[in-house]
Design a protein around this ligand. Structure first.
Ligand SMILES: O=c1nc2n(C[C@H](O)[C@H](O)[C@H](O)CO)c3cc(O)ccc3cc-2c(=O)[nH]1
Ligand SMILES: C[C@H]1O[C@@H](n2cnc3c(N)ncnc32)[C@H](O)[C@@H]1O
Ligand code: SF4
Length: 358
Protein backbone atom coordinates (compact mmCIF):
# COMPACT_ATOMS: atom_id res chain seq x y z
CA UNK A 1 0.00 0.00 0.00
CA UNK A 2 1.35 3.45 -0.92
CA UNK A 3 1.59 5.59 2.26
CA UNK A 4 -1.09 8.28 2.19
CA UNK A 5 -2.84 6.77 -0.84
CA UNK A 6 -6.18 6.37 0.91
CA UNK A 7 -6.06 9.77 2.56
CA UNK A 8 -5.43 11.42 -0.82
CA UNK A 9 -7.71 9.09 -2.74
CA UNK A 10 -5.01 7.82 -5.08
CA UNK A 11 -4.93 4.12 -4.24
CA UNK A 12 -3.39 2.05 -7.05
CA UNK A 13 -3.48 -1.71 -7.39
CA UNK A 14 -0.30 -2.94 -8.99
CA UNK A 15 -0.51 -5.77 -11.47
CA UNK A 16 1.94 -8.35 -10.14
CA UNK A 17 2.78 -9.57 -13.66
CA UNK A 18 3.75 -6.03 -14.67
CA UNK A 19 5.87 -5.54 -11.54
CA UNK A 20 7.67 -8.82 -12.31
CA UNK A 21 8.16 -7.85 -15.96
CA UNK A 22 9.80 -4.58 -14.91
CA UNK A 23 11.94 -6.29 -12.29
CA UNK A 24 13.39 -8.50 -15.00
CA UNK A 25 14.21 -5.70 -17.48
CA UNK A 26 17.86 -5.44 -18.52
CA UNK A 27 19.48 -2.56 -20.45
CA UNK A 28 19.82 -4.84 -23.48
CA UNK A 29 16.02 -5.18 -23.62
CA UNK A 30 15.37 -1.53 -24.54
CA UNK A 31 16.21 0.51 -27.63
CA UNK A 32 18.48 3.53 -27.47
CA UNK A 33 16.73 6.82 -28.39
CA UNK A 34 17.18 8.29 -31.86
CA UNK A 35 17.72 11.85 -30.61
CA UNK A 36 18.63 13.70 -27.42
CA UNK A 37 16.79 16.84 -26.37
CA UNK A 38 17.48 19.56 -23.81
CA UNK A 39 16.11 22.96 -22.81
CA UNK A 40 18.01 26.16 -21.97
CA UNK A 41 16.85 27.57 -18.69
CA UNK A 42 17.52 29.97 -15.88
CA UNK A 43 16.99 28.60 -12.41
CA UNK A 44 15.01 30.95 -10.15
CA UNK A 45 15.18 29.72 -6.52
CA UNK A 46 12.25 31.80 -5.31
CA UNK A 47 12.66 30.89 -1.65
CA UNK A 48 14.83 28.65 0.52
CA UNK A 49 12.04 28.22 3.09
CA UNK A 50 10.47 24.77 3.11
CA UNK A 51 7.96 23.00 5.33
CA UNK A 52 9.92 19.74 4.95
CA UNK A 53 13.43 18.64 5.86
CA UNK A 54 14.24 15.80 3.44
CA UNK A 55 17.48 14.29 4.66
CA UNK A 56 19.10 14.29 1.19
CA UNK A 57 18.49 18.01 0.59
CA UNK A 58 20.82 20.98 1.10
CA UNK A 59 18.45 23.48 -0.44
CA UNK A 60 16.27 24.49 2.50
CA UNK A 61 17.28 27.05 5.14
CA UNK A 62 16.26 27.27 8.79
CA UNK A 63 13.24 29.49 9.49
CA UNK A 64 15.42 32.37 10.79
CA UNK A 65 17.62 32.43 7.68
CA UNK A 66 15.36 31.60 4.77
CA UNK A 67 15.02 34.26 2.11
CA UNK A 68 12.68 35.21 -0.71
CA UNK A 69 13.75 36.72 -4.03
CA UNK A 70 12.14 40.09 -4.71
CA UNK A 71 10.27 40.85 -7.95
CA UNK A 72 13.25 43.01 -9.03
CA UNK A 73 15.70 40.18 -8.38
CA UNK A 74 13.52 37.79 -10.37
CA UNK A 75 13.32 40.26 -13.26
CA UNK A 76 17.10 40.58 -13.28
CA UNK A 77 17.61 36.82 -13.46
CA UNK A 78 15.04 36.19 -16.19
CA UNK A 79 16.23 39.16 -18.26
CA UNK A 80 19.81 37.89 -18.10
CA UNK A 81 18.44 34.49 -19.14
CA UNK A 82 16.52 35.85 -22.09
CA UNK A 83 19.65 37.76 -23.22
CA UNK A 84 21.65 34.52 -23.00
CA UNK A 85 19.17 32.71 -25.29
CA UNK A 86 17.28 30.72 -22.66
CA UNK A 87 13.64 29.78 -23.20
CA UNK A 88 12.67 28.55 -19.74
CA UNK A 89 12.35 30.15 -16.30
CA UNK A 90 12.57 27.28 -13.83
CA UNK A 91 10.84 28.21 -10.56
CA UNK A 92 11.81 25.55 -8.05
CA UNK A 93 11.71 26.24 -4.34
CA UNK A 94 10.71 25.06 -0.87
CA UNK A 95 7.46 23.20 -0.45
CA UNK A 96 4.65 25.43 0.94
CA UNK A 97 7.19 27.87 2.43
CA UNK A 98 4.62 30.19 3.99
CA UNK A 99 3.30 27.27 6.05
CA UNK A 100 5.56 27.73 9.08
CA UNK A 101 7.92 30.61 8.34
CA UNK A 102 6.58 33.86 9.75
CA UNK A 103 9.25 35.95 8.09
CA UNK A 104 8.27 34.63 4.65
CA UNK A 105 4.64 35.31 5.43
CA UNK A 106 5.45 38.91 6.48
CA UNK A 107 7.63 39.55 3.47
CA UNK A 108 4.88 38.30 1.15
CA UNK A 109 2.34 40.49 2.94
CA UNK A 110 4.60 43.51 2.50
CA UNK A 111 4.61 42.83 -1.24
CA UNK A 112 0.83 42.54 -1.27
CA UNK A 113 0.51 38.74 -1.25
CA UNK A 114 -1.22 36.38 1.12
CA UNK A 115 0.36 33.20 -0.24
CA UNK A 116 3.39 31.96 -2.13
CA UNK A 117 1.11 31.01 -5.02
CA UNK A 118 -0.21 34.50 -5.68
CA UNK A 119 3.42 35.64 -5.59
CA UNK A 120 4.43 32.81 -7.92
CA UNK A 121 1.79 34.06 -10.35
CA UNK A 122 3.31 37.54 -10.26
CA UNK A 123 6.84 36.29 -10.97
CA UNK A 124 5.64 33.96 -13.75
CA UNK A 125 4.09 37.03 -15.35
CA UNK A 126 7.41 38.84 -15.03
CA UNK A 127 9.12 35.91 -16.80
CA UNK A 128 6.54 35.99 -19.61
CA UNK A 129 6.98 39.77 -19.98
CA UNK A 130 10.70 39.22 -20.38
CA UNK A 131 10.04 36.54 -22.98
CA UNK A 132 10.69 33.36 -20.99
CA UNK A 133 8.35 30.38 -20.54
CA UNK A 134 7.75 29.47 -16.87
CA UNK A 135 8.11 25.89 -15.63
CA UNK A 136 7.25 25.81 -11.92
CA UNK A 137 8.03 23.02 -9.50
CA UNK A 138 6.86 24.28 -6.09
CA UNK A 139 6.56 20.77 -4.66
CA UNK A 140 3.10 19.58 -3.66
CA UNK A 141 0.14 21.71 -4.66
CA UNK A 142 -3.55 21.63 -3.89
CA UNK A 143 -6.00 22.03 -6.72
CA UNK A 144 -6.66 25.64 -5.63
CA UNK A 145 -2.94 26.46 -5.60
CA UNK A 146 -2.31 24.92 -9.03
CA UNK A 147 -5.34 26.63 -10.55
CA UNK A 148 -3.88 29.97 -9.49
CA UNK A 149 -0.77 29.55 -11.65
CA UNK A 150 -1.65 27.01 -14.36
CA UNK A 151 -2.32 29.51 -17.16
CA UNK A 152 0.98 31.38 -16.64
CA UNK A 153 3.08 28.19 -16.86
CA UNK A 154 4.13 26.39 -20.03
CA UNK A 155 4.43 23.22 -17.94
CA UNK A 156 4.81 22.32 -14.28
CA UNK A 157 6.29 19.49 -12.27
CA UNK A 158 6.92 17.67 -9.06
CA UNK A 159 9.17 14.68 -8.45
CA UNK A 160 7.23 11.72 -7.10
CA UNK A 161 10.60 10.69 -5.55
CA UNK A 162 9.26 7.25 -4.52
CA UNK A 163 6.04 5.52 -3.52
CA UNK A 164 7.90 3.89 -0.62
CA UNK A 165 7.88 4.90 3.01
CA UNK A 166 11.58 5.83 3.39
CA UNK A 167 13.47 7.23 6.38
CA UNK A 168 14.67 10.12 4.20
CA UNK A 169 11.11 11.44 4.56
CA UNK A 170 10.69 10.63 8.24
CA UNK A 171 10.00 13.30 10.88
CA UNK A 172 7.19 15.59 12.03
CA UNK A 173 6.42 17.10 8.60
CA UNK A 174 7.25 14.88 5.66
CA UNK A 175 6.73 14.30 1.97
CA UNK A 176 3.90 11.85 1.57
CA UNK A 177 3.76 9.70 -1.58
CA UNK A 178 -0.05 9.85 -1.59
CA UNK A 179 0.07 13.64 -1.58
CA UNK A 180 2.69 13.66 -4.39
CA UNK A 181 0.48 11.38 -6.52
CA UNK A 182 -2.48 13.61 -5.77
CA UNK A 183 -0.49 16.62 -7.08
CA UNK A 184 0.36 14.67 -10.25
CA UNK A 185 -3.30 13.72 -10.68
CA UNK A 186 -4.46 17.31 -10.13
CA UNK A 187 -2.16 18.42 -12.97
CA UNK A 188 -3.85 15.86 -15.18
CA UNK A 189 -7.31 17.07 -14.22
CA UNK A 190 -6.33 20.67 -14.91
CA UNK A 191 -4.65 19.85 -18.25
CA UNK A 192 -1.15 20.93 -17.23
CA UNK A 193 1.74 19.33 -19.23
CA UNK A 194 3.76 17.74 -16.46
CA UNK A 195 7.26 16.65 -15.44
CA UNK A 196 7.79 14.12 -12.69
CA UNK A 197 10.35 11.54 -11.74
CA UNK A 198 11.96 9.27 -9.22
CA UNK A 199 14.91 9.85 -6.93
CA UNK A 200 17.11 6.78 -6.81
CA UNK A 201 19.13 5.80 -3.74
CA UNK A 202 17.09 7.21 -0.84
CA UNK A 203 16.33 3.87 0.78
CA UNK A 204 13.89 2.39 -1.74
CA UNK A 205 14.27 -1.14 -3.09
CA UNK A 206 13.83 -2.54 -6.61
CA UNK A 207 10.16 -3.30 -6.16
CA UNK A 208 9.60 0.29 -4.92
CA UNK A 209 11.27 1.60 -8.09
CA UNK A 210 9.06 -0.57 -10.28
CA UNK A 211 5.93 0.49 -8.39
CA UNK A 212 6.88 4.19 -8.49
CA UNK A 213 7.23 4.01 -12.27
CA UNK A 214 3.96 2.09 -12.60
CA UNK A 215 2.17 4.70 -10.46
CA UNK A 216 3.41 7.45 -12.79
CA UNK A 217 2.30 5.43 -15.82
CA UNK A 218 -1.13 4.95 -14.28
CA UNK A 219 -1.55 8.73 -13.87
CA UNK A 220 -0.41 9.30 -17.45
CA UNK A 221 -2.78 6.66 -18.78
CA UNK A 222 -5.68 8.51 -17.18
CA UNK A 223 -4.83 12.04 -18.36
CA UNK A 224 -2.02 11.94 -20.99
CA UNK A 225 -0.25 14.85 -19.30
CA UNK A 226 3.16 13.45 -18.35
CA UNK A 227 5.75 14.77 -20.79
CA UNK A 228 8.89 13.44 -19.16
CA UNK A 229 10.04 11.30 -16.25
CA UNK A 230 13.32 12.20 -14.59
CA UNK A 231 15.43 9.32 -13.31
CA UNK A 232 17.60 11.18 -10.82
CA UNK A 233 20.34 9.61 -8.71
CA UNK A 234 20.81 11.02 -5.24
CA UNK A 235 24.15 12.78 -4.80
CA UNK A 236 26.11 13.27 -1.59
CA UNK A 237 26.48 16.78 -0.22
CA UNK A 238 27.71 18.58 2.91
CA UNK A 239 24.53 17.77 4.84
CA UNK A 240 24.28 14.09 4.06
CA UNK A 241 26.43 11.23 2.90
CA UNK A 242 24.02 9.31 0.72
CA UNK A 243 25.87 6.88 -1.43
CA UNK A 244 25.49 7.42 -5.15
CA UNK A 245 23.72 4.49 -6.78
CA UNK A 246 26.17 2.51 -8.93
CA UNK A 247 26.30 2.90 -12.71
CA UNK A 248 24.86 -0.63 -13.00
CA UNK A 249 21.91 0.36 -10.80
CA UNK A 250 21.25 3.50 -12.82
CA UNK A 251 21.46 1.56 -16.09
CA UNK A 252 18.83 -0.86 -14.86
CA UNK A 253 16.49 1.80 -13.46
CA UNK A 254 16.66 3.87 -16.65
CA UNK A 255 15.94 0.76 -18.75
CA UNK A 256 13.06 -0.04 -16.39
CA UNK A 257 11.64 3.47 -16.88
CA UNK A 258 11.90 3.14 -20.66
CA UNK A 259 10.25 -0.27 -20.63
CA UNK A 260 7.48 0.95 -18.34
CA UNK A 261 6.49 4.23 -19.97
CA UNK A 262 4.75 4.77 -23.31
CA UNK A 263 6.86 6.11 -26.16
CA UNK A 264 5.54 9.68 -26.00
CA UNK A 265 6.87 10.11 -22.45
CA UNK A 266 10.54 11.11 -22.40
CA UNK A 267 13.06 9.60 -20.02
CA UNK A 268 15.34 12.34 -18.67
CA UNK A 269 18.60 12.15 -16.76
CA UNK A 270 20.31 15.29 -15.42
CA UNK A 271 23.73 15.53 -17.08
CA UNK A 272 25.33 17.28 -14.08
CA UNK A 273 24.40 14.52 -11.60
CA UNK A 274 24.25 11.27 -13.53
CA UNK A 275 26.83 9.10 -15.31
CA UNK A 276 25.08 10.28 -18.49
CA UNK A 277 27.35 8.72 -21.11
CA UNK A 278 26.86 5.29 -19.56
CA UNK A 279 23.08 5.58 -19.65
CA UNK A 280 22.43 6.56 -23.25
CA UNK A 281 21.96 3.02 -24.54
CA UNK A 282 19.34 2.40 -21.83
CA UNK A 283 16.66 4.60 -23.39
CA UNK A 284 17.46 8.15 -22.21
CA UNK A 285 16.15 10.69 -24.71
CA UNK A 286 16.29 13.97 -22.77
CA UNK A 287 18.91 15.84 -20.77
CA UNK A 288 16.52 18.25 -19.06
CA UNK A 289 17.00 21.92 -18.49
CA UNK A 290 20.60 23.08 -18.49
CA UNK A 291 21.62 26.62 -17.76
CA UNK A 292 24.31 28.70 -19.42
CA UNK A 293 24.19 31.23 -16.57
CA UNK A 294 22.71 29.98 -13.30
CA UNK A 295 23.76 27.18 -10.93
CA UNK A 296 21.69 24.11 -10.16
CA UNK A 297 20.65 25.66 -6.84
CA UNK A 298 19.48 22.31 -5.51
CA UNK A 299 22.88 20.71 -6.08
CA UNK A 300 25.21 23.71 -6.47
CA UNK A 301 28.40 21.67 -6.24
CA UNK A 302 27.44 19.95 -9.50
CA UNK A 303 28.09 22.28 -12.42
CA UNK A 304 26.08 22.25 -15.65
CA UNK A 305 27.95 20.91 -18.64
CA UNK A 306 28.51 23.44 -21.43
CA UNK A 307 26.49 23.13 -24.62
CA UNK A 308 29.60 21.74 -26.31
CA UNK A 309 29.68 18.85 -23.87
CA UNK A 310 26.05 17.99 -24.64
CA UNK A 311 27.00 18.02 -28.34
CA UNK A 312 29.89 15.66 -27.58
CA UNK A 313 27.63 13.33 -25.59
CA UNK A 314 25.12 13.18 -28.44
CA UNK A 315 27.94 12.69 -30.97
CA UNK A 316 29.35 9.77 -29.06
CA UNK A 317 25.89 8.21 -28.94
CA UNK A 318 25.59 8.86 -32.69
CA UNK A 319 22.32 10.80 -32.39
CA UNK A 320 21.38 14.42 -33.06
CA UNK A 321 21.05 16.91 -30.19
CA UNK A 322 17.91 19.05 -30.41
CA UNK A 323 16.90 22.02 -28.30
CA UNK A 324 13.31 21.90 -27.01
CA UNK A 325 10.98 24.19 -25.07
CA UNK A 326 9.87 23.47 -21.47
CA UNK A 327 6.58 22.27 -22.94
CA UNK A 328 6.78 19.35 -25.37
CA UNK A 329 5.68 19.75 -28.98
CA UNK A 330 2.66 17.49 -28.85
CA UNK A 331 0.88 19.83 -26.41
CA UNK A 332 1.48 23.02 -28.35
CA UNK A 333 -1.38 22.97 -30.80
CA UNK A 334 -4.08 22.33 -28.27
CA UNK A 335 -5.67 25.09 -26.26
CA UNK A 336 -6.67 22.73 -23.48
CA UNK A 337 -2.96 22.15 -22.69
CA UNK A 338 -1.31 25.51 -23.36
CA UNK A 339 -3.03 28.75 -22.39
CA UNK A 340 -3.60 31.58 -24.83
CA UNK A 341 -1.17 33.66 -22.78
CA UNK A 342 1.72 31.19 -23.02
CA UNK A 343 0.97 30.37 -26.64
CA UNK A 344 1.14 34.08 -27.56
CA UNK A 345 4.66 34.27 -26.15
CA UNK A 346 5.68 31.20 -28.15
CA UNK A 347 4.10 32.43 -31.37
CA UNK A 348 5.31 36.00 -31.27
CA UNK A 349 8.93 35.33 -30.30
CA UNK A 350 11.06 34.32 -33.26
CA UNK A 351 13.39 32.37 -31.01
CA UNK A 352 10.63 29.98 -30.00
CA UNK A 353 9.44 29.33 -33.50
CA UNK A 354 13.01 28.44 -34.42
CA UNK A 355 13.18 25.89 -31.56
CA UNK A 356 9.76 24.40 -32.33
CA UNK A 357 10.37 24.17 -36.09
CA UNK A 358 13.89 22.79 -35.83
O1 LIG B 1 18.12 21.99 -12.63
C1 LIG B 1 17.33 21.17 -12.22
N1 LIG B 1 16.20 21.03 -12.86
C2 LIG B 1 15.24 20.21 -12.40
N2 LIG B 1 14.04 20.18 -13.04
C3 LIG B 1 13.87 20.97 -14.25
C4 LIG B 1 14.03 20.22 -15.56
O2 LIG B 1 15.36 19.88 -15.78
C5 LIG B 1 13.49 21.09 -16.71
O3 LIG B 1 13.09 22.31 -16.23
C6 LIG B 1 12.31 20.36 -17.35
O4 LIG B 1 12.83 19.36 -18.19
C7 LIG B 1 11.41 21.26 -18.22
O5 LIG B 1 12.04 21.73 -19.37
C8 LIG B 1 12.96 19.56 -12.49
C9 LIG B 1 11.70 19.83 -13.01
C10 LIG B 1 10.61 19.27 -12.43
O6 LIG B 1 9.42 19.62 -12.88
C11 LIG B 1 10.75 18.37 -11.34
C12 LIG B 1 12.02 18.13 -10.83
C13 LIG B 1 13.14 18.74 -11.38
C14 LIG B 1 14.42 18.57 -10.82
C15 LIG B 1 15.45 19.41 -11.26
C16 LIG B 1 16.73 19.52 -10.61
O7 LIG B 1 17.00 18.86 -9.61
N3 LIG B 1 17.63 20.40 -11.11
C1 LIG C 1 13.88 19.13 -7.24
C2 LIG C 1 14.31 17.78 -6.85
O1 LIG C 1 15.67 17.76 -6.45
C3 LIG C 1 15.90 16.49 -5.93
N1 LIG C 1 16.97 16.49 -4.94
C4 LIG C 1 17.03 17.09 -3.73
N2 LIG C 1 18.18 16.78 -3.12
C5 LIG C 1 18.89 15.97 -3.94
C6 LIG C 1 20.16 15.32 -3.87
N3 LIG C 1 20.96 15.41 -2.80
N4 LIG C 1 20.55 14.57 -4.92
C7 LIG C 1 19.75 14.45 -6.01
N5 LIG C 1 18.56 15.05 -6.13
C8 LIG C 1 18.12 15.79 -5.11
C9 LIG C 1 14.54 16.00 -5.40
O2 LIG C 1 14.14 14.91 -6.20
C10 LIG C 1 13.63 17.18 -5.64
O3 LIG C 1 12.30 16.83 -5.92
S1 SF4 D 1 13.77 18.41 -1.45
FE1 SF4 D 1 12.25 20.07 -1.65
S2 SF4 D 1 10.72 19.44 -0.11
FE2 SF4 D 1 12.56 18.34 0.45
S3 SF4 D 1 13.60 19.66 1.96
FE3 SF4 D 1 14.43 20.10 -0.09
S4 SF4 D 1 13.28 21.88 -0.75
FE4 SF4 D 1 12.11 20.92 0.87
Amino acid sequence: MIPGADEYDVAITFDETEVRRLLSVEPADVDAADELTFAKNVFVPLTTACRYTCTYCTYFDAPGEASLLSPEEVRDIVRTGADAGCTEALFTFGDDPDDRYDRIHHQLAEWGHDSIHTYLREVCEIALEEGLLPHSNPGDQTREQMELVADVNASMGVMLETTADVDAHAGPRVKNPGQRLHTIRTAGELGVPFTTGILVGIGEDWRDRAESLLAIREMHERYGHVQEVIVQNVVPNERSSYERPSVETMRRVVAMARACLPEEVSVQVPPNLSPTRDLLDCGVDDLGGVSPITDDHINPEYKWPALQELEDIADEAGVPLRERLPVYRRFLDDESWVSERVRRTIETDGRYRAVVDD
